[in-house]
Structures are given as structure tokens and as C-alpha cells.
Design a protein around this ligand. Sequence first.
Ligand SMILES: Nc1ncnc2c1ncn2[C@@H]1O[C@H](COP(=O)(O)OP(=O)(O)OP(=O)(O)O)[C@@H](O)[C@H]1O
Length: 329
Amino acid sequence: MTASVYHLQLHLDGQQFISFKSTQTINSIVNNPMIRKTMLTEFFVMNRENKDAKKLNLLYKEFSKYFVWSKQYKMWTRRKQGAFIGRIVTCHPIEGERYYLRLLLMNIRGPKSYQHLLTVNGVCCTTFREAAEKRGLLQCDNNLVDCMLEAVRYQIPYSLRRLFATLLVYCNPANPKELWNQFEDSISEDFKILPNLNSKQIRHMALNHINDILHSMGRDINEFTLTPERILASSAAREAQDSHFERNIIVREEDLLLETKLNDDQRKAYDIILDRIFKNKCGAFFIDGPEGTGKTFLYRALLATIRSKGFVALATTTFGVAASILPGG
Ligand SMILES: Nc1ncnc2c1ncn2[C@@H]1O[C@H](COP(=O)(O)OP(=O)(O)OP(=O)(O)O)[C@@H](O)[C@H]1O
């Protein structure tokens, strides 16, 4: 006999997904009390009001072993039969607060509300991260180990490498080397089946791929000293770092407003150039005019518009001083 899996909803307060019919009015949707009820909010309610739930004092993931969720009535009732395994839907560390909420739910028994999860020794923390920290859940890398262990169960090595890189960058592991040693095998699994590779080469391939990912986040694997040997950045990694730099140029508010101030000639050039870019057509343009007539002004407006739409715009000139007056030049 196999047990069914319950996917337990995970959401911050008031941020649950809701479904409604397109014919419904916004008022009828917002005023429907049922949309406020989810597996999680009702788990809290049960821990406050239900005698059995209070006595059992369960973790969220254990709850579906003893209680059944009714989708129709949006409520938990006592289970009479069947074996169910509860799994809180996964959440990437990059999601921040939702990730720390999950961490608290994985560790705190019988929580009665979001507020309850935020409260440590009688003091209400402002974030779930702070609460997790105060409860000692972030002191060592246990939560990161748990996160990787869970991912190993169903993610392919390629995704594990992405996750590992994300943990390095966003979760500040206390001991990255230890984390690497523990998961190197699973992380390198797909390279192991390639012919004629020894263990050193397999490790190198995995580390190289992680380095490519880290470079796309503006970091380098050598910062984390996972292994004694230095990993040289591949051309893909260097490219990723360049594009990370380009994508992270901050577009100033005032540059975004330049577009609204263009004169007729500037506007004409602006429209023609952007039309080519956004229609993905190639083109080369030569803009000329006496000094002080607004060429740089036009370039700045173009760079701001292109970058604000998530495109990469490289500002280069034949000599350095000219480049330095362009944002990101
Ligand atoms: N449409 C505009 N509205 C308001 N100010 C403008 C406009 N176009 C240009 N300017 C202003 O005119 C001045 C000269 O413009 P800009 O530096 O862009 O000229 P340029 O053609 O690049 O000059 P140069 O050839 O000497 O580098 C700048 O102070 C700029 O802010």
C-alpha cells in the first residue's frame, strides 16, 4: 500500500492564491469569507480551537496524518482512515520571508497564528527571518542541509547546482565546504555517467557549472573555498558576469524622464532607433550635430529606456572620457 501525499499550502498572511469566475464582481470576491480560509489558516484555527489538535500538538507536515482537508468546506476534520503524508509546498530560499515561514512551520509544533510563529520568548519579531534566527534555526547550516536533502529527493543534478549556488549567495552558509562535501555526490550525479572521466574531472565539471551560475549572480566560486584548488572562470562565466554587470546598472529616475523632454529631432531619432530594437531588427545609426545640440541627451534617454525594459545596452566610445559621461559607459 502506498500513502498519498498532501501538498500543504504555504503563504504569507493574506497572500494566498484565490480562484474566481470572470463573471464575479470584485466586491463579491473580496467579501467572500471562504477566500480567507486555506489549509494553513485553518491549521492555525484548529490549533487554537480543536481539542484533539491541541492535545496532539502537531507540526504542519504531520497534520494530514490525523486530519482530513475538505476542499469544499475549507476545513480540517478528524481522519478516520487512510494514510497520508503531508508535504509543505517547496519554497526557494530566494523567496525570503516565505522561506523562513516554511522553516518555522517545519520546526514549531501547534502554532496558533502567524503572530505566534513570530513570537520568541514573549517578544514579537518583525520578520520570520528574525524569528527563525532567534529560535536558533539559522545558527548552523541545518536549514540549508534540510533544504538540499529535500531537493535531492526530486530534483535533477542540474537544478541542484542552481540551488546550491543560490544557497551560497543568498543564505550565507556558515560552512560552505561542509555543505559541498555533503552534497557533492548528488550534485555531480549527471557527470558521473559520462564516459572516461575520473573523479577529479567530474568534480571539476560540477564546480565549473556552479561557478558559471555564481558569475551570473555577480559572485565567484573561489570566494567560498569549497576545494583547495582554484577554479578558473570559464568563458561562459566571464560572459555571465559581464551581463550581470550590465543588467544591474541602475537607471536613474531623471534619465527615465529625459524621454519626455526630447525636442522634435531627438524624438525622431529616438523613435526610429527604439522601433528597430524592440522589433528585434538590426540597424546602425549615425547621429551628428554641432556641439551642445543634445546628442548625449538623446543617448542617455535611449540607454534609460532600453535598460528599464530589461534589455542590455552597452555604451562604448572610442575614447574613455566620452564613455565616462554615459551611464554604464
Ligand atoms: N531636449 C532637451 N531638453 C532640455 N535640455 C536639453 C535637451 N537636449 C539637450 N539639452 C541640454 O543641452 C546641453 C547640451 O546637450 P548635450 O550635452 O547632450 O549635447 P551634445 O550634442 O552631446 O554636446 P557635445 O557634442 O559637446 O558633446 C545639456 O545641458 C543638455 O542637458
